[in-house]
Design a binder for this molecule. Sequence first.
Ligand SMILES: Cc1cc2nc3c(=O)[nH]c(=O)nc-3n(C[C@H](O)[C@H](O)[C@H](O)COP(=O)(O)OP(=O)(O)OC[C@H]3O[C@@H](n4cnc5c(N)ncnc54)[C@H](O)[C@@H]3O)c2cc1C
Length: 448
Amino acid sequence: MDRKAHSPPFQKIIIVGAGPSGLLLALLLAQHNIPSIVLEAWPWLDTRLRATQYGVPATRIFRRAGLLPDFRAASIPKFPAICWRRVADGEKLIEIDMSVVEDEEDRMTVLQLGEMIQIMYKHCIDPNIGKGLIDVRFNHWVTGTGQDEQSKRAWVDVEVGRNDEEKIPQRIEADYVVGCDGASSAVRRSLFGKEWPGQTWDCRFVVQNVFYDGFEKHGWEGGNYCIDHDHWGLIARRGHGGLWRVTYGDPAVGLTDEEYLARRPWHFKAMLPGNPEPDQYRIEQTNLYNIHNRCVESFKVGRILLAADAAHVCNPMGGYGCMTACLDVGGLADCFIGLYEGKAGEEILETYAKVRRDIFLKYVDARSIKNLDRVRKTDPWTVLGTDKFFGVIRDLNKNKAALKSFLMKESSIEYDFTQHYDGRLPNGGPTDSTASPSRAGIEVGLEA
Ligand SMILES: Cc1cc2nc3c(=O)[nH]c(=O)nc-3n(C[C@H](O)[C@H](O)[C@H](O)COP(=O)(O)OP(=O)(O)OC[C@H]3O[C@@H](n4cnc5c(N)ncnc54)[C@H](O)[C@@H]3O)c2cc1C
């Protein structure tokens, strides 16, 4: 192709949702001078308690997007270890020494999602970074989508205005629409309706930010996966000034939120070191969730694409959700960039849709379910001897260099779409993007 004669085959992309995936996609596109409009339903960025840790594959995308220095500055300085504990007696069963990677630029990122998206948003609206190419519009509630292949246009129908105002209907058009609008995605529903294949877990996730001096007093640090049939979850240091995140799944079914919260002192007494009473800790913020593992039938219908939670969701044990979201949009950005710069044809978007869905179903879905089962279903008194993953960690703990390379290696959930540029690999393929034996097998899906 004559590059000088090349004029971009599209002008603008609509991104629905100013969550981590939407903002990250906009930033990666702006690096290559591709304009986007980001439509956010709410008047603000999300402040709910959700993700806090993002594995090495996501960190590599943060570095590429120029976000990593600001993320590191906002994060806690050290994250020394991740361990698995038996709740019944607090015994630490096994741990991964994260200090072996503390000097690695691409080590796991630890930051509350709310803080992370604030930084992403600042980057988007910074004229030196977003280059004025990212138009973030709040109070834009997308209600439907449409497209016309002949004119090569796609659009969203939007209700514009704050909740307490009369909403003004609007139609906004571009060349492509990308749904980054989370688990209850209006874009996905406009394509596939309310149903999406998968399962909802029979528990309620209770997530809170907690101040409790007993963690340090009892020598707790880093991340602590808690194994028990009634009291399972993750307790981790997450912020400055002694801020910890306590996440547990309550196995009771069908209670009201108030009833779930009334059971919290029982869970805390069992799970927190020192078995504290409510007057010994302070809870700053709480959010409750139903949790699902689900994946949509296709990530692409014509000129409308889906990415991240809008396309797939998984339970949070092991921190796969946002990490996979980042890999989706990192890959999708490369596909749009290849197309925009004349290095790839439109078929590369089909490749994106196939590869990222295959990876979710083959690796992310299965591993996140294993992680969940490990904390809630295994026998905490025998799991150390029976769990294959713990066996791998035990072996790695004997050799620091091996542990380091294991923690930093390329993951089977990563995929480089630039290999399809300039016809290097055919688009529409590969038939099995996840088949490479060197990339298969057990991985730390903290990734663990
Ligand atoms: C308790 C919990 C803990 C988690 N922990 C981790 C973790 O440690 N690590 C990890 O990697 N992942 C974790 N996750 C998953 C992670 O939070 C999600 O995968 C991630 O937030 C997905 O990002 P997203 O941008 O796809 O969607 P979202 O973060 O949901 O953002 C979607 C955005 O779209 C907007 N929107 C929705 N509908 C519309 C509409 N109709 N019109 C316009 N805008 C709309 C929303 O307001 C929102 O701003 C956790 C999840 C939970 C629930």
